[in-house]
Each structure stands twice: as structure tokens, then as C-alpha cells.
Unconditional design. Structure first.
Length: 106
């Protein structure tokens, strides 16, 4: 992830490419904006959380990227926390579970 600018196909300008921070922020925002009414969307959101947790456990991850992953987890936690009491019972259960996943000590 550190070398995302280096791995982009030629012809894409570096100014328009995503850095690690922008990539994590955009992915997190897009996934958490999805409606919790769809099982597919709920699965995407949970897999986002699980991937962030997996990344956070990677001992070879650069400290800069590790801090960005921690920030993405914190932002995602705040988002699911605010949604725990809204929507259908299924949506509430989904966001409560997501919140609990993000609240576990690593």
C-alpha cells in the first residue's frame, strides 16, 4: 500500500492518484454509506471491518499505514455506533455486531 503511486499504470497523474489515506477514507466512506437493508451490503461492511482488523495485526505494516488503518477503524466504529439504534431489527443487529467487532481489544 505504501507504493500505490508507483504501481499505477502510466498515464495516470500522481496528483490524481489516491494515497493510502485517501484510499482508506474513500473505501470506508463508500462502504459505510451503503444501505444496511441489503444482505450483500451488510456483508461488504463486515468484510471491510475484518480486513481492517487483519491489517492492524500485520507486524510488517509500516507505522504510517498502521496509523491510517487505526484511524479508518475509529471512523468506521463511530459510523456504526451512530447507526445501532436506527433501521429495522436486522439493521440494528448488524450495526451492533459491527460495533462489537470494532470494540474488541486487539
Amino acid at each position: 500500500m505504501n507504493s500505490i503511486e508507483e504501481t499505477l499504470p502510466s498515464g495516470l497523474s500522481i496528483e490524481k492518484s489516491f494515497g493510502v489515506n485517501d484510499l482508506l477514507e474513500q473505501l470506508g466512506n463508500d462502504l459505510m454509506r451503503l444501505s444496511g437493508s441489503s444482505a450483500l451490503n451488510r456483508n461488504l461492511q463486515l468484510n471491510w471491518i475484518l480486513q481492517l482488523q487483519e491489517l492492524s495485526q500485520d507486524k510488517d505494516l509500516s507505522p504510517v499505514v498502521a496509523s491510517l488503518v487505526a484511524s479508518a477503524m475509529s471512523q468506521t466504529r463511530a459510523e456504526v455506533k451512530s447507526k445501532r439504534k436506527k433501521g429495522t431489527n436486522i439493521e440494528q443487529a448488524h450495526y451492533q455486531y459491527a460495533f462489537e467487532l470494532l470494540s474488541k481489544d486487539n
